[in-house]
Design a protein around this ligand. Sequence first.
Ligand SMILES: Cc1cc2nc3c(=O)[nH]c(=O)nc-3n(C[C@H](O)[C@H](O)[C@H](O)COP(=O)(O)O)c2cc1C
Length: 278
Amino acid sequence: MDTPVMTNAAREALIKRYGAKATPSIGAWNETIALLLAHRSIRAYRPDPLPAGTLEALAAAAQSAATSSNMQMWSMIAVTDSATKAKIATASQNQKHIEQCPLFLVFVADCSRNRRLGDAAGTELASLDYLESFLVASIDAALAAQNAVIAAESLGLSTVYIGALRNQPLVIADLLGLPKGAIGVFGLCVGYADAKAVNEVKPRLPQEAVLFHGRYGVTDETGLIADYDQDMGAFSKRHEMSDDTWSGRVLNRLSNPANLNGRDRLSTILHEMGFKLK
Ligand SMILES: Cc1cc2nc3c(=O)[nH]c(=O)nc-3n(C[C@H](O)[C@H](O)[C@H](O)COP(=O)(O)O)c2cc1C
């Protein structure tokens, strides 16, 4: 196969994403792909409010995502009130960007709306009690959120997801008045980046480690990860004042359930919140 000809803009973006040694050859480039490759999470925000109608634009982008069987089993709660954001931050490992950002979105895996639909119709929706429905709702919420992220970035806004919202799901549910069968699966800070906090693009694993052809399989995974550890180690030194490698962080994160910060209890809590997960 011919090697595709790449523009300088494409090559530069790929070097930022994969490092110079692991740059793949891509044969397509446009401003959408450029925007996607330039993504980075931002953890410090200016207090400036968003222009009128921005929230509705983000919601329209989110609702335009594909959704399983068009069941639309997700909802989104826009939080702008400082006191509520402060309480959410307290329940989410005190992440200061939750309080700083002018708009905090809570993405909800929401089986409750369709449950109400069933109740109104007098139809028992037995399938909602299966793990599959929770998975559908969570996938729907994630796809919608990522559309909102791309829309926000296209408008010059920045974002960071907040998975720590799942540390104390019952506290969040209480704060936001969530009904049974609805859980905040993650949050999203949206706002204008504080210029001092704008990082470089964070490198990703080389494509050979995640892109397989026809069948799962990777040659020299150890070597690929060792190279990535070097790149990520250098990135961490430059931006996070730590020399942790990617492997080190993954091993630390996944070796001890205490590092889940309360999320080790999630299956019990989900039951309490009305998800039967059969
Ligand atoms: C579902 C999800 C939850 C996340 N939760 C947090 C979080 O609680 N706090 C945080 O600072 N970053 C969080 N992140 C951001 C990731 O750390 C970030 O995306 C990752 O390090 C890659 O960096 P990048 O987005 O700048 O490329 C989360 C990302 C995802 C997708």
